[in-house]
Design a protein around this ligand. Structure first.
Ligand code: KG4
Ligand code: ZN
Length: 359
């Protein structure tokens, strides 16, 4: 491998949702990447009062902090802008105002520093993170579960994805957040629901498992969410024990659905792409302990290599954007400065279907 490739370094910028992030990653000589810096500034506090991400607030907050954050990421990595081999910015999918902030900043920097520019698909960045952390080979099965996305994807190569399943209504993280909100728990609701569930009885309420054993690998969460609301209304006023039991019952239903859908996706994966090198989990929901344990059990039984990147690399971050920049730059896949922000940008264009647009 030529010297230049061994030490390739890329700056990555992420602004598609409510985290502003910048990072420098270096291609490692032993496979995968070395994260030289990974700066993230979360806007959760600014959105908490509204119970969700407010796009205008997000865009303005990205503008306020991005230049400092990029400077910090470069300093932390000990590299000057002139020393990087390329500049990568997430160009979508996501909240358009925020995407434009990061994309424009990245393009301007690339122009000024005369560096190649890489417009990164945020979903591809989640999908390729396991190659950054674990250097795994293609093809692998990806479960992407965040506040905006719920997808099962066959990751066959850089830019080569086959979507096996997605949600036909709410994303899983979104369902956690909505259940938390209806039970009076703070935002973001996922971690709160998990905390409550630890003390609750998962068998007290018999909630539906939407899509269970249905053909294909699609998800549906809205019926389950409604069932939680109806149970909560039926037994109102809620005591603390009731909230814990509702959370535990909801989480147990989600776990059952996830495992069933993965089982189906795995069958579809093998039919066309052979054996996966791993089952990879990404997205904020991957922080959930009950889901992780169920995935570990399932992987053990199925002889699958389970890879769950550390939480800071499962949620939105700049390192995954920088790494995707490296993957593409190495293959000569750069973009010109006219590349426009894309609020919607499916990984698998042939499987495009309208669903929630948040990144
Ligand atoms: O990937 P992420 O940080 O942001 C995007 O949505 O892109 O994911 C955030 C989502 C939120 O919906 C949050 O409630 C959920 O992940 N989440 C969890 C847990 N931690 C975060 N859901 C369930 N259990 C958790 N422990
Ligand atoms: Zn994301």
């Amino acid at each position: 491998m030529p010297q230049k490739q061994r030490s390739m370094r890329v700056l990555g910028i992420e602004t598609t949702c409510d985290e502003t992030a910048a990072s420098v990653v270096r291609l490692s000589s032993v496979g995968g990447g070395d994260i030289l810096s990974n700066e993230v500034m979360s806007q959760i506090a600014q959105h908490a009062a509204y119970g969700g991400v407010v796009p205008e607030i997000a865009a303005r907050a990205h503008v306020d902090v991005l230049d400092h954050l990029v400077e910090r990421a470069l300093r932390q990595a000990g590299v000057a802008i002139g020393d990087v081999d390329g500049i990568a910015a997430a160009a979508g999918p996501g909240l358009i105002g925020g995407v434009i902030v990061g994309l424009t900043f990245g393009k301007a920097l690339a122009l000024a520093a005369r560096k190649p520019f890489i417009a990164v698909n945020h979903l591809e960045a989640h999908a390729l993170t396991a190659r950054l952390t674990d250097g795994i080979e293609f093809p692998y099965l990806l479960l992407l579960v965040s506040g905006g996305h719920t997808q099962l994807v066959s990751v066959r190569g850089v830019g080569d994805y086959r979507r096996l399943g997605t949600t036909i209504d709410d994303a899983i993280g979104e369902a956690f957040d909505k259940v938390a909100k209806m039970l009076g728990l703070p935002y973001p609701g996922g971690p709160e629901v998990e905390k409550q569930a630890l003390q609750g009885d998962p068998a007290r309420f018999s909630l539906p498992r939407p899509m269970l054993r249905r053909p294909g690998a699609d998800f549906s969460l809205s019926g389950l969410k409604t069932a939680v609301r109806l149970e909560a209304e039926r037994i109102a006023p809620l005591r603390p024990g009731d909230v814990a039991d509702l959370c535990a019952s909801f989480q147990a239903a989600v776990v059952d659905v996830i495992i069933d859908r993965i089982r189906h996706a795995l069958r579809a994966f093998r039919a066309e792409d052979g054996d996966p090198t791993a089952l990879v989990v990404a997205g904020g929901v991957a922080a959930n302990g009950a889901i992780r344990r169920a995935l570990a059990r399932f992987s053990g039984e199925s002889g699958l290599n389970l890879i769950v990147p550390p939480p800071a690399l499962c949620t939105d971050n700049g390192a995954m954007i920088a790494w995707t920049g490296i993957e593409r730059l190495r293959r000569g896949m750069t973009d010109d400065l006219t590349f426009a922000a894309r609020p919607r940008w499916p990984l698998d264009a042939s499987a495009e279907r309208v669903h929630n647009g948040k990144a």
